[in-house]
Design a protein around this ligand. Structure first.
Ligand code: CP
Length: 304
């Protein structure tokens, strides 16, 4: 049995197998509609979500399985003080696989040690969000056709944005990848990521605070929301929240084949007029999330 806590739990070969399976499911969904007949997915979400929870549920339903779960800590016995360890012990006897989101970093990992079913980290605090990374990788795989030799700009909240941390960790394993890290000084990537992932692996990267200056060089621009819920004070959030707004004028500076990704939800960092630009693929990206989660469920249940 395998749990998925971090994108690095998957080798490059396993990642590529998952992406190929997701592409196959995308092209031939009818061949997979009964694969999970009789299987149940539990979604245990202690923190709000639209895409991750509902795409997991849509994935299991599209595979012919069933879903159960809770969408907030308040509607579970966590509100009465139950531990994650006790909760997963019980859920192990109700479901075959579990996707868990939790505001505390490491909570899904704790759950996995007490679980007798596969546990998938659906986002833990500001730490990791491996299935968003799978979604991002499938988007790049489907729309760029290759993962290597890409110049990727990450823009916005690179400190608290767990999707940024996971995607950087995944992409450094492909040859010729370069990063441009665009953020206010206060929201730069954490030191551990800069030192242990980028510098130690000799990955080329630059840190800047001006999007206009670099947008024309990028193959992919990964925009992110400033994560209000992770700030210690509201004043700092208000000062930093609109540091970068991607608009039509900025898009004029970008290459014809640059793709704009965003894990969503969007707040203010991409103007709605940009949505009509064919390079803006963030809604397609959210759709790909269902197919890659179908591939992951099948793989973890040994049904692929
Ligand atoms: N991208 C993402 O994790 O969205 P949700 O918070 O809506 O699940």
């Amino acid at each position: 049995m395998k749990h998925i806590m971090n994108i690095l739990d998957l080798s490059v070969e396993e990642l590529n197998d998952l992406l190929n399976l997701a592409e196959e499911i995308y092209n031939h969904p009818e061949q997979y509609r009964d694969k999970c007949h009789g299987k149940k997915l539990a979604t245990c979400f202690y923190e709000p979500s639209t895409r991750t929870r509902l795409s997991f549920e849509s994935a299991m339903l599209s595979l012919g399985g069933q879903v159960l779960g809770f969408s907030s800590a308040d509607s579970s016995s966590a509100a009465k003080g139950e531990s994650v360890a006790d909760t997963i012990r019980v859920i192990s006897s109700y479901a075959d696989i579990c996707a868990m989101r939790h505001p505390k970093e490491g909570a899904p990992l704790v759950a996995s040690t007490y679980s007798s079913i596969p546990v998938i980290n659906a986002g833990d605090g500001g730490h990791n969000h491996p299935t968003q990374t799978l979604t991002d990788l499938l988007t790049i795989h489907m729309l760029k056709g290759h993962m290597d030799h890409l110049k990727i700009g990450f823009c916005g909240d690179l400190k608290f944005g767990r999707t940024v941390h996971s995607l950087i960790s995944a992409m450094v394993r492909y040859p010729g990848v370069e990063f441009v890290l665009i953020s206010p000084k206060e929201l730069r990537i954490p030191d551990y990521l800069r030192n242990e992932t980028l510098i130690q692996n000799k990955i080329p990267f630059t840190e800047v605070n001006d999007l206009d200056q670099v947008i024309g060089d990028l193959d992919i621009l990964y925009m992110t929301r400033v994560q209000r819920e992770r700030f210690f004070n509201e004043e700092d959030y208000i000062r930093l929240k609109d540091s970068f707004i991607l608009n039509v004028e900025k898009m004029k500076l970008a290459r014809e084949d640059m793709l704009v990704l965003h894990p969503l939800p969007r707040v203010n960092e991409i103007s709605v007029e940009v949505d009509d630009d064919p390079r803006a693929v963030y809604f397609k990206q959210a759709e790909f999330g269902v197919y890659v989660r179908m591939a992951l469920i099948l793989t973890l249940l040994g049904l692929n």
